[in-house]
Ligand binder design. Sequence first.
Ligand code: PSU
Ligand code: MN
Length: 300
Amino acid sequence: MVDLHYSEEVWTAIEEKQPLVGLETAVITHGLPYPTNIELAQAMEEVIRKEGAVPATVGVLGGKAQIGMNKEDLLLLAQDREVIKVSRRDFSRAAAKKLNGGTTVAGTLTALNKAGINVFATGGIGGVHRNAPYDVSADLPTLAQTPALVVCAGAKSILDLPATLEMLETLSVPVVGFQTSLFPAFYARSSGLPVNSQVEDFEGAAVLAKAHWGMGINSAVLLVVPPPLNDALPDRQMQEAVDQALKDALEHKITGQEVTPFLLKRVSEITGKASLKANLGLLLNNAQVAARVAVKLAKL
Ligand code: PSU
Ligand code: MN
């Protein structure tokens, strides 16, 4: 058994049935440089508290799954150079070797589900990769098996977005546009691909999720929110950076868990501060939307 540990704040919130919003830590450990990573983590938590919900940041500390982190926990993950990326299958590996880990969407959802927390905010989910026929993120099957509302800016733009959307349909994961009919492309506002339904407000999102689970379907609902206008990356700039990053990954023969961090890091290097600004902006925005939906869900 992998032990679950709770922070006091999260434990109290669960007992008092307050709205909670889960957060991942792979973006801290494998996505952003120090100290931007810890500043972002704390800013996301603050946004959630301001909206009347409680943040539950998930990670792995010394092999144990932690739900809710204090500043020392976050610092440990933000600065540890040996920290591993924990997807769904990696909790056991971390436990066996008492490792620290940043949890991906799949890893975070797995731990949140055990804790009974069903709202989660992230940047972009993993999905079907380009160029490699069998590289499909464990985020997708985990979304298929976990009844949570996941707020994101679509899937990472380094992916094959049409294939990822088809897979989400196969897995019965509703893709719900928040005030949009088009699937966002992570840093960019639109992929040009249609979503499967659209809601106009927080309550609409909560009602849709309830209706989905009310059918006895245990899959996630994906609420997709375009990055804020002022932060989003222009389409062309993003496409060019992604194409270059994909070439570099092939050249360096990057495989497995390293693919996503490598590609995102290259995109970030190529676009300079622009993609970092988009990333931070959309992460904060998603945290706020998730908190507002969590408050509505708790009232239904
Ligand atoms: N953000 C980053 N780097 C990452 C991730 C996010 O800057 O590696 C994580 C996310 O948590 C996402 C995961 O769930 O990458 C997808 O990776 P994979 O394709 O290996 O499942
Ligand atoms: Mn992979």
